[in-house]
Design a protein around this ligand. Structure first.
Ligand SMILES: Nc1ncnc2c1ncn2[C@@H]1O[C@H](COP(=O)(O)OP(=O)(O)OP(=O)(O)O)[C@@H](O)[C@H]1O
Length: 237
């Protein structure tokens, strides 16, 4: 997916000014940036919910069609169980009940919820609800994933458990993904590249990460150096 020469204004507020950015197919681009610098605007344009004033968004053939969203709040169906919340997302793509059941159990297993199938959202902790939302995002037939701070407001242990659950599911079937976060560590653990917004004309920082996702350890020297660069860019912006 490419953002080509994008200009976007809200009244006098110019958020993007002939801005270019590329997310190679089947990769994750982590987007960080100070508040109000256009992260959500970028996601909304990628989703087609908002049009740029100038420029356009080019999507590869495999990126057209369904989009899976993952938000900070899980947005589950309150009257449906854990199992049903995920199974419902599979109905349009799997007509066979047995196949749907197998897929549902697979996704819920990968996020560690195999024991919680009959529970309703109000019976779950915040972290468990977000696990269901992650499983559902992967169950939904999609060609593009848009993540808007899905791991925010979780304690640090839970946050990394969910980041790893996300990676396990994503690696099974990689989709072009835009991942918005305020947390440089999350950005570095998940992204094939990280970029920092903060200048309407161009990213303040864009850095590819060559270490395979599964081999990343947040204590590695090169990742710590990148994190320091990101933090410095964010603080200076
Ligand atoms: N519908 C709107 N009408 C007017 N201004 C808007 C609208 N949506 C966003 N903006 C403005 O555009 C700028 C970018 O907003 P956006 O929500 O994209 O930023 P963000 O980086 O996602 O912020 P945050 O990190 O706080 O979520 C902000 O100055 C915001 O006030």
């Amino acid at each position: 997916m490419r953002f080509l020469n994008i200009t976007k204004r809200y009244g006098d507020n110019q958020v993007f000014d002939h801005f270019n950015l590329e997310v190679p197919p089947s990769t994750i681009l982590s987007v960080v940036g100070p508040s109000g610098e256009g992260k959500t605007t970028l996601l909304q344009m990628a989703a087609g919910l908002l049009s740029p004033d100038e420029g356009f968004i080019e999507k590869e053939e495999g990126e057209q069609g369904g989009i899976s969203y993952l938000f900070q709040e899980p947005r589950l169906l309150p009257a449906s169980t854990v199992y049903e919340n995920v199974e419902l997302a599979l109905r349009s793509s799997y007509k066979e009940r047995n196949e749907r059941e197998e897929r549902t159990l697979h996704y819920l297993d990968l996020v560690g919820l195999q024991e919680s199938l009959p529970l309703y959202p109000h019976q779950l902790s915040g972290g468990m609800r977000q696990r269901v939302a992650i499983a559902r995002a992967f169950a939904h037939q999609c060609n593009l994933m848009l993540l808007d701070e899905p791991f925010q407001s979780l304690d640090i242990k839970l946050k990394y458990a969910l980041v790893h659950a996300f990676i396990r599911l994503w690696e099974e079937n990689p989709k072009t993904t835009l991942f918005v976060t305020h947390d440089p560590k999350e950005a570095i653990l998940l992204g094939d590249a990280v970029c920092c917004l903060g200048d309407p004309k161009q990213p303040l920082l864009y850095q590819k990460i060559h270490i395979p996702r599964k081999a990343r350890n947040i204590g590695d020297a090169s990742l710590l150096a990148l994190e320091a660069d990101l933090v410095e860019t964010l603080v200076r912006s």
